[in-house]
Write a new protein. Structure first.
Length: 401
């Protein structure tokens, strides 16, 4: 019963993460499911419906369809919808029933592509994971299918020559970056604006923002960037794909407090040596194997998504001169979790962990399983508590000072 939740809500599911990542890109997303996933997504996990429409449909899977595996019906309906709406691409997301039935989404995607001539791909969700998994797979699919061009820009040597902070009389193009990993499940609109403004003010040119405020046309040019900036764990898979395909290094982190200056320095260093960096590790090793360190003692802890929690911990640690522990409560890649920190998705284990803390940073819902005597700093996370605390939300970028 470790994965049973009695008090906490669960994080938005992987299907919602997929839809959120692709929402603004002009494609058509098909959720192959009965009727529940789309209503869950659009009523609980999406804030953009009243500002921007998106082609997100559900297949309306019936018992008979599930039993007989009528793929032709699904293909015909997708093709008909595509002929009407003419999307820029088609993405097909999975749900538990077709996942268990072993529906061949690769075949379906190829057949839809053949009949429509529209780029079609599967995002292999199954609704058994949280939004991080779904958004990660969607961004990865974008990197693999929708980023155009086979040649990476070749002016890095010029940038390297002039990439000294105080060097004078040096004319060079601005360092170009992609920001990868922004969706409303992790960031408010104002926080996304803060991220963009921060890097623009530091002299970088933003090619694309995956994918909160950028078009597919912007993202298709991502291969022209010099460095990818990964601002949440949802962007890591895509950054790795772009590193492999186009040799673009990446820097992981959020510009919270002093971490902003550290990230700027790391971006410049990545230009010179072409190596990926995780800014908040600060010389520490990432976990080679997740170790929950159940007996570890600590005073302060941050609970939440890996990149946010790691960056805030590093920023606060720089200010206070002490290490603040992190509990990563979303599904996350091991390399994003610092050695000695925790990676737990069980409510029971999180509650046990928090019982040892004197001060806690995290979504206000965690307060319900935290000790009463602990000091609690609420930082609402839409991917967990939805609209419950949006009226009292404090920007994550106000926390590191």
């Amino acid at each position: 019963m470790k994965r049973a939740y009695k008090v906490l809500p669960v994080y938005a599911g992987d299907v919602s993460g997929c839809c959120s990542a692709l929402y603004e890109l002009g494609g058509m997303v098909i959720i192959h499911d009965p009727s529940g996933c789309n209503s869950t997504y659009n009523t609980h996990d999406e804030v953009r419906w009243d500002k921007l429409e998106s082609l997100i449909f559900i297949s309306g899977l019936t018992d008979v369809d599930a039993i007989t595996g009528d793929d032709k019906k699904l293909i015909d309906e997708i093709v008909d919808a595509a002929m009407i709406h003419k999307p820029k691409f088609i993405a097909i997301a999975n749900s538990p029933i077709p996942y268990v039935n072993g529906t061949d989404f690769d075949y379906i995607s190829k057949e839809v592509n053949r009949q429509t001539g529209i780029k079609t791909f599967a995002v292999k969700t199954n609704a058994f994971h949280d939004y991080v998994k779904g958004a990660s797979k969607a961004f990865f699919a974008v990197a693999e299918n929708l980023v155009g061009g086979d040649e990476q820009k070749d002016d890095r040597d010029n940038i390297k020559t002039c990439n000294k902070i105080n060097e004078k009389n040096c004319e060079v193009e601005k360092i170009k970056i992609n920001i990868i990993g922004t969706t409303p499940l992790d960031f408010t609109e104002n926080e996304v604006k803060y991220i963009r403004d921060f890097f623009t003010d530091k002299g970088f040119e933003i090619i694309s923002n995956w994918s909160y405020g950028s078009s597919l046309e912007d993202i298709a040019k991502s291969a022209n960037a010099d460095v990818n900036v990964v601002v949440s764990s949802t962007g890591l898979l895509a950054a790795k794909s772009l590193y492999e395909k186009y040799n673009i290094p990446y820097v992981v982190g959020l510009p919270i407090g002093i971490m902003g200056d550290i990230m700027v320095s790391y971006i410049r260093e990545a230009i010179n040596d072409n190596k990926p960096r995780i800014s908040y590790l600060d010389g520490m090793e990432s976990n080679k194997k997740i170790n929950n360190n159940k007996g570890k003692s600590f005073d302060d802890i941050i609970v939440g998504e890996a990149v946010f929690a790691g960056s805030l911990s590093a920023a606060l640690g720089c200010n206070d001169g002490k290490k603040i522990s992190v509990c990563v409560s979303t599904e996350s890649d091991v390399e994003l979790v610092r050695e000695g920190d925790f990676c737990i998705q069980s409510e029971e284990e999180i509650e046990t962990l928090l019982s040892k803390a004197k001060k806690i940073w995290g979504d206000p819902v965690f307060k319900h399983i935290a000790p009463r005597e602990a000091e609690f700093v609420g930082i609402s996370h839409f991917g967990l508590s939805g609209r419950l605390y949006t009226n009292t939300h404090k920007s994550i970028f106000d926390m590191g000072d």
